[in-house]
Design a protein around this ligand. Structure first.
Ligand code: AGP
Length: 621
């Protein structure tokens, strides 16, 4: 989840590289760096800083370096502490090669040991630095008599044959001032094609608005990018065709406008983008199976849906399970992508595998998808980024219309995932003849209404939360979250929000499990957040749990639905949400939950959009 950005062309590179890094800073931000070929003497000049981009741009050195070929990097540390020496770019001994890298070189220690025996000197603890030294060793080898006819492509083929792991890197090489070298195995790399200039980055968002043509490097390929040409090769050195695509990414929707944080802006965008998502899916109505890469016949005989995801996307999957089981009368399973890869995979018929990923770049989810693809089983991606890797690698896809989600903590991606999955459950049920067209129309209306309740509930409580409750609950160092049935994965999502933006330890349990041990944790110092359910039986079970907590001097914050007065009477603090369609209660409650967690983090003065240790897109395993 680092960001790499590069430029080669008619203009100087620094301005674009720094702007591109600032656009992608959500992917990692513990240290930054820039390098370019100086025009004066064709040497590599560079600057690096710990912390965010501002620390780099304000460096004295930066004022004096620029060039027509440049690369930059913002880091999320995998190997080596965040420090100036570990910041990218990394160099070879002679500083004739500069590398910026996203990924992990898994065999770097053995490579480093061999290179040190050859006399190479290392200055960092990173895995990335070995790439520069291997490159140097190969370039030196080709300069001696018997190898001097080796081409740069042959050098890169030798280079990648030595590397193990997942890597997307760019290289400046002093001897090749007209070429930006790109290498990709797993994490994405793309090229924006300009007029006598090329913009290169981990994510096309870096050059949104600068060009309408983009090229995505295929898996296991490398490219020599010149200001008006791309030469592409596979890892065996065979030339490959370059397939450009249209790029319709706008940069405009990425401003905070009147909001203090992107997260707050994105919380408030939910009603509109849920509506937009439903409208876009309804517009696909009859062609939906083509997009998903499956046939109507396969849908009619479908009897199992298997979800895969991480973090919030996994929570959405866990919640959606209830949609498919109750609407499609279908068995379902949900897997954490990071666990799925190491489980035994049993290919079975009449099953589809739905990978959920907001970014479409999460390494764990992509690797799990590749396991399924290897068994030629049907895979479908549900993602928010049409230009993402997961769209290119899954058998088919569905898109949420949340718009670019900048804040690391996922909000509108979550609610649009729920909306899309609720719609899909009904569309499959319609195809199977389990519901009528009128039910499909009603389902869409129910989602739209739940989205209205989502926003209205924030408006109803935002003042008292901001003025009183956030201050009170910001004083706790830990909390317990409880839910049952579909409110359990919702409680997990709430706990994750509090953890990742307020850094408060938040443990989530299925409420029924409380009495099997966790009840021992209940005391007046640990607030218990209980997320109710519209189903009467489940609600009364949750009421019993709240009574268990109160009987032990616990403190209850209850998120309930209208009419659940007993819970309100019992709770120390409660919020009431209007009733909606039975399966959409959690969607309706989403905005209020997110706003409360946001307000607590804001009260604590946390860097909400870019929390410590995290990154928006986890493109390493
Ligand atoms: C959620 O707030 C986090 N940002 C994180 O858990 C995220 O949901 C997870 O990394 C999965 O990301 P994806 O949806 O882009 O695959």
């Amino acid at each position: 989840m680092c960001s790499v950005v590069g430029y080669i062309g008619k203009n100087k590179s620094k301005a674009f590289v720094l702007e591109g890094l600032s656009r992608l800073e959500y992917r990692g931000y513990d240290s930054v760096g820039f390098a370019c070929l100086s025009q004066e003497n064709n040497t590599i000049v560079s600057a690096k800083a710990v912390g965010g981009l501002d620390n780099l741009t304000h460096m004295f050195t930066m004022a004096h370096i620029d060039g027509f070929l440049g690369i930059g990097h913002s880091r999320w540390a995998t190997h080596g502490q965040p420090s100036e020496s570990n910041a990218h770019p990394h160099f070879d001994c002679q500083k004739t090669v500069a590398i910026v890298h996203n990924g992990i070189i898994e065999n770097y220690l053995s490579l480093k040991k061999d290179l040190e025996l050859l006399g190479h000197v290392f200055y960092s603890d990173t895995d990335t630095e070995v790439i520069a030294h291997v490159f140097e060793a190969l370039l030196v080898a080709t300069s001696d008599m018997e190898n001097k006819h080796k081409t740069l492509a042959q050098v890169v083929v030798s280079l990648v044959s030595r590397l193990t792991g997942a890597y997307a890197f760019m290289a400046l090489v002093q001897g090749y001032p007209d070429t930006l070298i790109l290498v990709r195995q797993r994490p994405p790399l793309c090229v924006g094609i300009g007029d006598n200039e090329m913009f290169v980055a981990s994510d096309a968002f870096a050059f949104a608005g600068k060009t309408d043509k983009v090229f995505f490097l295929p898996e296991e390929s490398f490219a020599f990018v010149k200001k008006n040409e791309i030469q592409l090769y596979d890892f065996a050195g065979n030339a490959l065709p370059v397939h450009m695509q249209a790029l319709d990414l706008s940069w405009q929707d990425s401003q905070k406008n009147e909001h203090e944080h992107f997260m707050l802006k994105e919380i408030y965008e939910q009603k509109a983008v849920i509506h937009k998502t439903i409208d876009s899916l309804q517009a696909l109505h009859d062609t939906i199976w083509d997009y998903m890469g499956i046939t109507a016949q396969q849908i009619r005989t479908l009897d199992h849906i298997s979800f895969i995801g991480c973090g919030t996307s996994w929570h959405a999957a866990r919640l959606a399970q209830f949609f498919f089981e109750q609407v499609c009368k279908m068995n379902s399973s949900v897997h954490l992508a990071s666990e799925f890869r190491y489980m035994t995979f049993f290919p079975t018929q009449h099953k589809i595998h739905l990978a959920i990923s907001q970014s479409g770049e999460t390494a764990d989810t992509l690797e799990a998808l590749r396991v399924i693809n290897a068994h030629t089983m049907p895979t479908v991606a549900l993602t928010n980024v049409a230009s993402s890797t997961i769209v290119r690698e899954a058998g088919g896809f569905l898109l949420t219309q949340a718009g670019r989600e900048i804040a690391v903590a996922s909000t509108k991606a979550f609610s649009t995932q729920l909306a899309a999955l609720y719609w899909l459950a009904h569309r499959i049920a319609l195809e199977k003849g389990l519901i009528a067209q009128a039910d499909m129309v009603q389902a869409c209306a129910d989602v739209i209404y739940a989205a209205q309740v989502l926003e209205a509930s924030i408006e109803k409580y935002k003042h008292e939360i901001s003025a009183y409750h956030a201050r009170k609950y910001a004083t706790y160092s830990k909390a317990i979250f409880l839910g049952r049935n579909s409110s359990y994965p919702f409680a997990m999502e709430a706990a994750l929000k509090l953890k990742e933006i307020a850094y408060i330890f938040a443990q989530c349990y299925p409420a029924g499990e409380l009495k099997h041990g966790p009840l021992a944790l209940i005391d007046e110092h640990t607030p218990v957040f209980i997320f109710s359910h519209q189903d009467s039986l489940i609600y009364h079970k949750l009421l019993s749990n709240a009574q268990e907590v109160k009987a032990r001097n616990g403190h209850v914050v209850a998120f309930v639905f209208e009419g659940q007065d007993e819970m309100c009477a019992l709770a120390d603090l409660y919020f009431v949400v209007p009733n909606v369609a039975p399966l959409l209660g959690q969607l309706a409650m989403t905005g209020l939950m997110q706003f409360f967690m946001y307000a607590i983090a804001k009260e604590l003065g946390c860097p909400i959009d870019k929390p410590r240790n995290l990154a928006k897109s986890v493109t390493v395993e």
